[in-house]
Ligand binder design. Sequence first.
Ligand code: S3P
Length: 171
Amino acid sequence: APENAFPRTIVLVGLMGAGKSCIGRRLAQRLDVCFSDADQEVERAAGMTIPEIFESYGEPSFRDCERRVIARLLRMSPHVLATGGGAFMNDRTRALIKARAISVWLRADLDLLVRRTARRNTRPLLQRGDPREILSDLMAKREPVYAEADVVVDSVDGPPETTVQRVEAAV
Ligand code: S3P
C-alpha cells in the first residue's frame, strides 16, 4: 500500500460497470467514513440528469462540471469518493485526484462490464452503438490511464464484500 494512504480520501476510478458506487458505498461503511458519488453530485449541482446534461450542453460542459464537483468533494474530510468513468481521463481532474487523494482503479473484464451496464440505461456514451464494442474501445483507450492510479484492484464477479475487502487491504 502507498505510504500515508490514510487518512486521505479514497477515490475509485474505472469503467462504467466496474462497481465504483456499489463498492465505494460499502467500503465507506466499513471504514466508518462518508461516501460521495461524483455523478450524483453533478446531477444535483446541475439540477438535471447526466443524459440531460449531455443532451443540452454536451460532453465538454459535463467534464467541466464534473471537475469542479470533484475538486469540491476533495476538500471535504477524508472519505470514499466514487467518480464517473471518464473523470480520471480528464488531465486536470486526474491531477487533482493524484495530488489530494489515494486513487484506486477498480478493474473489471469486458463481460462483467457489459453485464453490469446492461442493468441501467443512464449512460449516454453507451447509447451510441453496441455497448460491448463501445466498452471494448473505451477499455483500450482508458486502461493505460487508469493504470496511473495508486493501486489496482480486480473487481470480482460475486459478493461485493470480496472486492471491498480487496480494496481495504490495498489502501
Ligand atoms: C461516463 C461514466 C458515467 C457518467 C457519464 C460518463 C464515462 O459514470 O459519468 O455517463 O465517460 O465513462 P459511471 O462510470 O458511474 O457509469
